[in-house]
Ligand binder design. Structure first.
Ligand code: 2P0
Length: 359
């Protein structure tokens, strides 16, 4: 095993007040993608997914339930979210607090203070680490002592991909069929499969269409959605097999095919969803060329133009340098004129959620 702490860990901190807990969760990058829900309210996916939780990029959230509050107070990165139906983020956070309150049988309102350590420039969505940290801090602040599986199910209700960030290293989200059976769990990373990821940030601006809306449109209108789901189920099984065999080459090829299939089925939605830009295509071409020269590099992309590279730890810095040099040659012109400095950052596997609470 690589030295990541796979399961959620609880640390006792006597400086914390009662009814209060703090949690840190890391982002994860899907190797086999989650795209599309069979149940939007419960956030049940059509297919199982597989991801790698990354070190150092994540969210720290403190939740304190307080009898003196008449409404929930939420602060994200130093900004207090004001009320109103229009504030989708605030409403999603309050929905998570309501789930926790219902489960704990309390009605106290909460103070929520959250900070992202995912650099904005990393171009990585923070909803996975955000809802994993919120679910964990909220549950422990409310006095719930949930198992890792229950915590994963709770985080899933905030944002699907958050259920995977409860765990460190590699985790799988079993699609399941209902609330009870849809949860993530860790899978063992063989000693000799030392994975790393490289984030290539082409544009860190907010995406034109949210992944939630885009996946809903894909499910409803793309004629190739169900065939993609069938393929993704096979990819999932084959990827797990490749991991067990420490076969990075087979794993990498499945990872690339899977993300391309996901983007293809979104292109077939009505109207089409397109996150891949011309710059993304140029980077994908560079990755293909580096691979043909023998480097262990495979691409994946999520709901945005940025590209992530699956590689091995021992080669990660060299690969990042090669990518920097090739990308700067190809994308120089298009990016000098715009306000989009390209950033290339290496990330290693990270820990599961860490919870700090008074004993
Ligand atoms: C994933 N993505 O597996 C996929 C691949 C984006 C592309 O999970 O609606 O923010 O909150 O459940 O978790 C992004 O979707 O969506 C995502 P909701 P979420 O990582």
């Amino acid at each position: 095993m690589q030295s990541v702490i796979v399961n959620p860990s609880v640390f006792y901190d006597d400086s914390m007040n009662a009814n209060c807990a703090r949690a840190c969760a890391n982002v994860n990058i899907a190797l086999i993608k989650y795209w599309g829900k069979r149940n939007e309210e419960l956030i049940l996916p059509y297919a199982s997914s597989l991801s790698l939780t990354l070190a150092d990029w994540g969210t720290e959230t403190q939740v304190s339930f307080d009898e003196n509050l008449s409404e929930d107070n939420i602060s994200l990165d130093g900004i207090t979210l004001v009320g109103g139906k229009s504030n989708k983020v605030r409403n999603r956070i309050i929905s998570m607090l309501d789930l926790i309150r219902a489960r704990a049988g309390i009605s106290l309102k909460a103070n929520v203070v959250s900070h992202n350590s995912v650099p904005t420039a990393a171009g990585l969505a923070s909803s996975a680490s955000g809802f994993a940290a919120l679910a964990a801090a909220g549950a422990y602040a409310a006095g719930l002592n949930l198992s890792p599986r229950e915590l994963s199910k709770l985080a899933r209700r905030g944002s699907g991909s958050a259920c995977r960030s409860i765990f460190g290293g590699l985790s799988i989200w079993n699609a399941g069929e209902d609330d009870e059976s849809s949860y993530a769990e860790p899978i063992q990373m063989p000693e000799n499969l030392q994975l790393a990821m490289i984030a290539i940030v082409l544009d860190s601006a907010p995406k034109p269409i949210s992944s939630r809306e885009a996946m809903s449109r894909t499910v409803k209108t793309s004629p190739t959605y169900m065939p993609w789901i069938k393929q993704s189920e096979k990819d999932f099984q084959n990827a797990i097999c490749a991991i067990k065999n420490s076969d990075i080459e087979t794993l990498g090829n499945i990872v690339e095919k899977n993300f391309m299939g996901m983007h293809e089925t979104m292109h077939n939605a009505v109207p089409p969803v397109n996150y891949i830009t011309e710059d993304s295509y140029k980077v994908l071409e560079i990755i293909k060329n580096l691979r043909s020269k023998g480097l262990p590099v495979w691409a994946t992309m999520d709901a945005g133009p940025n590209v992530k590279v699956l590689t091995v730890k021992s080669e990660a810095e060299k690969v990042a340098n090669d990518l920097r040099s090739h990308i700067s040659k190809v994308l120089d012109n298009s990016n000098l004129s715009s306000n989009k400095p390209i950033r290339i950052m290496v990330a290693l596997p990270g820990d599961g959620v860490r919870i700090f609470v008074r004993k």
